[in-house]
Design a protein around this ligand. Structure first.
Ligand code: PGA
Length: 263
């Protein structure tokens, strides 16, 4: 894992948008895995800015979102589909038929999940997967205990996730208890992975998934098994890391071996 520590949320968003933009320029028909939540909002704003000011072209890009609340229709204000259109898609030149978000109100979640996996396969797999992280260590809605071999499926939400996400709903009781999420196995098949995190409340879990043991109790720790992961943090989220100086030294000196690392 390459750990990039930035001063604040704005810098984290700029750095992560620059990484995504670089990949789109390298491959115009990039297959991009996308995340929702407060964390990537700034990154998406930066991408919209790059589209507007520099003409960053999304016309051939295909996207697959990680997850969706079970039971919510795509146009529901709390759906992740709605979130993506509001926070990114409506601001860029992406083709609606190249956008995939799990359908929360599907009549058959199991069949839908298989279909979603099939669409990812047909697209040639995810080139770059963008991830946030939950305070319980989840990536997507892969809550503690999720198998590292898991594929897209229905998952019950963990209590802490329900509490954390209640801020988007009128009442905590309104937060759906289940979601459709791609699996850890699906995520680990992405060619490259970019995880972003900010804020003091993510400091503990960032230390655990980066420097702790690989365990399904912190599903983000599965990323230690992947060969190409970039983690972009702000100072607060990085505040509990023990090897911070080492990560910073690598960031400042990697140009010496840049060709070999290829990042
Ligand atoms: P957040 O959510 O960006 O709103 O903190 C992250 C997540 O739960 O994956």
């Amino acid at each position: 894992m390459e750990i990039i520590i930035t001063p604040d949320y704005e810098a984290m968003s700029e750095v992560s948008a620059a990484i995504i933009s670089r990949e789109i320029k390298r491959k115009h028909d990039l297959v991009l895995g996308l995340a929702t939540g407060d964390t990537p909002v700034g990154t998406y704003q930066e991408l919209a800015k790059l589209h507007k000011t520099e003409g960053l072209d999304f016309s051939k890009v295909m996207t697959f979102n990680l997850d969706e609340y079970l039971g919510l229709a795509p146009l529901h204000k709390n759906s992740y589909n709605y979130f993506m259109w509001e926070n990114l898609f409506k601001m860029i030149n992406i083709s609606p038929h190249r956008v995939f978000v799990p359908q929360g109100n599907t009549g058959d979640p199991e069949e839908f999940s298989d279909w979603y996996e099939e669409q990812i396969r047909k697209a040639g797999g995810i080139d770059l997967q963008v991830l946030g992280i939950g305070r319980d260590g989840h990536i997507g809605f892969n809550e503690p205990g999720s198998s590292f071999a898991s594929r897209t499926r229905v998952k019950g939400l963990y209590e802490q996730t329900i509490k954390d996400n209640a801020r988007f709903f009128e009442r905590e009781e309104d937060v759906p208890r289940f979601a459709i999420t791609v699996g850890i196995g699906t995520i680990l098949e992405a060619k490259k992975i970019l995880l972003i995190a900010n804020g003091k409340n993510k400091a503990g879990v960032c230390k655990e998934f980066i420097e702790g043991p690989v365990t399904s109790q912190i599903t983000a720790s599965a990323l230690q098994l992947h060969s190409y992961v970039i983690v972009v943090l702000d100072e607060e989220a990085a505040s509990k890391l023990e090897r911070k100086e080492y990560y910073n030294w690598i960031r400042d000196n990697k140009h010496i071996v840049q060709k070999r690392i290829g990042r």
